[in-house]
Design a protein around this ligand. Structure first.
Ligand code: ADP
Ligand code: MG
Length: 316
């Protein structure tokens, strides 16, 4: 019944783990948001719109990030980059026709000492396109929150599960989205390894499930008490997680928790039924009251009772 509800659980331990988590930490892009970016604006700084989009598109063709997909879609080109480097949580670096370029966030620009003066903070995801000396332009993208996330966050809170969001995106965007869906605690501007240390911090006194989709989330998925990935996520995210949400839907976690609790309760009931009936029949046997039919019941009947009880897991 867990798979009918589009949640794939890799082992019995993960079902048990679902029943005793204290909090859930979410990645943002592709997890809380759809990860389907659209370009809202291209700010020309020292290059033309086409030049900015073409350079970005050439490099992003070699990235699996959701941002990359939107940029590649926006500008068709058959040029290919050389020496391309994926810098996790920051962007990419590559050569094209003998010149070096950078495409990525503010952190990437700072790493290469590219001046950013004049560009204002916006509520968009800014992708800076620069050669190794200056910014050519800024591609501003917007993502959307997935349907039903706010309701799922509410349901988790009702079950006593705390919510967190850790993202590599800038603080301003992270705060806006966290507030909109009602997440308890959030932090942005994190590199993949920073997400791991944030989770380790809250895991000092809590059991945490981490939910993510990206290659950058794999370290967090592996290190958290429970790792949950999106079915649409990258291969490595799916491989390192314990549970996969086949419909990419956070509400599956809420239903997963409820079903896992029911499975656990029924398992304990079965142990109790079997032990109790066998002890009763054993006691009757000791004082000479056990007939053959009763002895058979104690053996086969108890097993049947437990099976019938287990079928209740499938009840809606
Ligand atoms: P999140 O934690 O929100 O899923 P990531 O860790 O994947 O975000 O990325 C963090 C930030 O790094 C992005 O918001 C973006 O600014 C930048 N970034 C990462 N990869 C790329 C890329 N291929 N092109 C442009 N920017 C990128
Ligand atoms: Mg992500």
């Amino acid at each position: 019944s867990l798979s009918r509800r589009s949640i794939f659980v890799k082992g019995g331990n993960s079902i048990e783990a679902l029943t005793d988590i204290d909090g859930i930490a979410f990645d943002k892009t592709g997890t809380v948001t759809k990860g389907e970016f659209t370009i809202a604006e291209v700010e020309e700084v020292s290059g033309s719109r086409d030049e900015i989009l073409e350079i970005a598109s050439v490099g992003e063709a070699y990235s699996t990030h959701p941002i990359a997909k939107a940029i590649v879609k926006a500008f068709e080109t058959n040029k290919t980059p050389d020496h391309l480097n994926n810098l996790g949580g920051k962007g990419i670096e590559f050569d094209l026709e003998g010149k070096s370029y950078l495409v990525g966030n503010k952190k990437l620009m700072e790493d290469f000492n590219i001046k950013l003066d004049g560009s204002k903070e916006s509520n968009y995801v800014d992708v800076f396109v620069a050669d190794k000396e200056k910014v050519l332009g800024i591609i501003k993208l917007k993502d959307q929150i997935k349907d039903g996330v706010k309701e799922s966050v509410d349901e988790l809170h009702k079950r006593g599960v705390k919510t967190y969001m850790f993202s590599g995106d800038k603080d301003r965007v992270v705060e806006e989205i966290a507030k909109e869906v009602g997440i308890d605690y959030y932090k942005g501007s994190l590199l993949p390894e920073d997400k791991v240390s944030e989770i380790k911090k809250i895991e000092k006194d809590k059991r945490i499930a981490f939910v993510g989709d990206g290659t950058n989330d794999a370290p967090s998925l592996a290190s958290a008490y429970l790792g949950i990935s999106m079915g649409s996520g990258s291969d490595i995210a799916i491989e390192t997680s314990d549970i996969v949400l086949l419909k990419n839907d956070i509400s599956s976690i809420v239903r997963g928790i409820d079903i896992a609790k029911r499975v656990k309760k029924i398992a304990y009931q079965n142990i109790f039924i079997a032990l109790f009936l066998k002890v009763v029949v054993l006691g009757l046997g000791a004082v000479g009251y056990v007939s053959m039919p009763l002895a058979v019941f104690a053996d086969v009947g108890v097993a049947l009772l437990c099976i019938v009880n287990s079928l209740r897991v499938f009840k809606e």
